[in-house]
Design a protein around this ligand. Structure first.
Ligand code: SAM
Length: 262
């Protein structure tokens, strides 16, 4: 039985069997893997994942869809359906007894992509890898390097905790209802330790956010509210950085040096 898609919950279902198989093959599942699926929908991916892993925790916010999901996955002893909102799901508590890290997968609802990634990274100690289908443009921003126009504070945040990679693109016509934009499978390999050495993470992210807030300005002008201005020339000199540099040209390492030198 199909229920009417709820636009407000980002319900664009993937019915293309080839893409479903391609996704699951890319998750590189092992028989011992425990997998959290975000937004299980009708359970099409859920069942494929369950065929290739030890256990699937299928999270779905929509109670109506959960009923169908339960029917569709009957007979699978390694699927647990959890009717919950991912944004309040406490992975630490739920997986407290797990020694091994879990994998997180899903064709996630696009309207909350940013908070979902933020939420998952909060629980990064529990996670080995995240494989999520997101909007193409969004993924490009996440993997962008310094110097590109897509590079921004969210790229820095995600790259600090993980190694992001776009695995393949998916045409919007593979989903129903058809969304406005194409998607892609994004992999976030969680780092054992963050990408760069930072003394004070809060300050580090504050500096990054402030820098990108005023993209068109030079670094000197963007940071005047955070960094004592007399510190900046010293920093520029020490790291051989041009005083007129724009924030989008600074790498994570540069931001770390800058924050550490304040
Ligand atoms: N996995 C299915 C598929 O591939 O066809 C459904 C994908 S659909 C893009 C996103 C799913 O996430 C929907 O089933 C929707 O109800 C569910 N969802 C939306 N917001 C959610 C939330 N905050 N927490 C958990 N699931 C959510």
């Amino acid at each position: 039985m199909h229920v009417k898609p709820k636009k407000g919950l980002g319900q664009n279902f993937l019915f293309d069997k080839n893409i479903q198989r391609k996704l699951v093959a890319s998750y590189n599942l092992k028989a011992r893997d425990h997998v959290l699926e975000i937004g299980a929908g009708y359970g099409e991916l859920t069942k494929l994942v369950a065929d290739n892993a030890a256990f699937v925790y299928a999270l779905e916010i929509d109670p109506e869809l959960c009923k169908t999901l339960r029917d569709n996955t009957k007979g699978y002893s390694n699927i647990e359906i959890i009717n919950q909102d991912i944004l309040i799901f406490n992975l630490k508590r739920y997986f407290s007894k797990f020694k091994n890290k879990i994998k997180v997968v899903g064709n996630i609802p696009y309207y909350i992509t940013t908070p979902i990634i933020g939420h998952l990274l909060k629980y990064r100690n529990k996670i080995e890898t995240v494989f999520i289908t997101v909007q193409k443009e969004f993924a490009k921003r996440i993997v962008a390097n310094a110097g590109s126009k897509e590079y921004g504070s969210f790229s820095c945040f995600v790259q600090y905790y993980s190694i992001p990679k776009i695995l393949f693109f998916i045409k919007k016509g593979s989903f129903s209802p058809i969304p406005k934009v194409d998607s892609c499978l994004l992999e976030l390999k969680i780092r054992q330790v963050p990408a760069v050495n930072v003394k004070d993470e809060e300050l580090f992210f504050k500096v990054i956010r402030a820098s990108f807030n005023k993209r068109r300005k030079t670094l000197r002008n963007s940071l005047d509210s955070i960094v004592p201005l007399q510190k900046l020339p010293e920093f520029f000199k020490k790291y051989g950085i041009d005083v007129n540099i724009r924030p989008e040209d600074l790498t994570l390492k540069d931001f770390a040096h800058l924050a550490n030198s304040i």
